[in-house]
Design a protein around this ligand. Structure first.
Ligand SMILES: [Cu+2]
Length: 159
């Protein structure tokens, strides 16, 4: 009788432990956030740069980006792409990429020529806007939202 109870108890404990692990991995999943945001305006284009962190237990990827320019006259959606700067035959050029992934407990630098070359490129009449709202859509369904001012420092919203 006591043996049966002990086996039952161990069984329950194992199920509880397994449920806790599943909750940790799938409940928390990835924890993506950004820091050190900056922006450089060019002519009819701008680069947005930041560090992408993942403090969670699962990998995640940026799969889409939306950028809204804000000015006195209102907001306007701008064309935005995930880019990577690459060297080909000693010539630096930018290519469009579908996603930028960050492993668990890691950081990927989206800083243009620095590091792996990733960055966000915005196209349009960027000189008309004072501020830019950026939404990064993650593969997990999570969305990172931050604002950035050219030559200024951006800050991340917590939602
Ligand atoms: Cu680019």
């Amino acid at each position: 009788m006591q043996y049966v109870l002990r086996v039952l108890y161990l069984g329950v404990a194992a199920v509880v432990a397994a449920a806790a692990v599943i909750a940790l991995v799938f409940g928390v999943g990835s924890l993506p956030e950004v820091s050190d945001i900056s922006m450089r305006k060019g002519t009819n284009s701008a680069g947005i740069f930041f560090d992408l962190h993942n403090r969670g237990f699962l990998p995640d990827c940026v799969v889409d980006v939306e950028v809204l320019g804000e000015a006195h006259m209102g907001e306007q959606a701008l064309r935005a792409e995930l880019h990577r700067t690459v060297m080909e035959d000693n010539v630096m050029r930018m290519v469009k990429v579908d996603k930028v992934c960050v492993p668990p407990f890691s950081t990927v630098k989206l800083r243009g020529a620095e590091g792996e070359g990733y960055h966000i490129m915005v196209f349009g009449e960027v000189e008309h806007f004072d501020s830019f709202h950026v939404h990064l859509k993650m593969e997990s369904g999570k969305v990172i939202h931050f604002d950035v001012q050219p030559l200024g420092t951006g800050y991340q919203h917590s939602h």
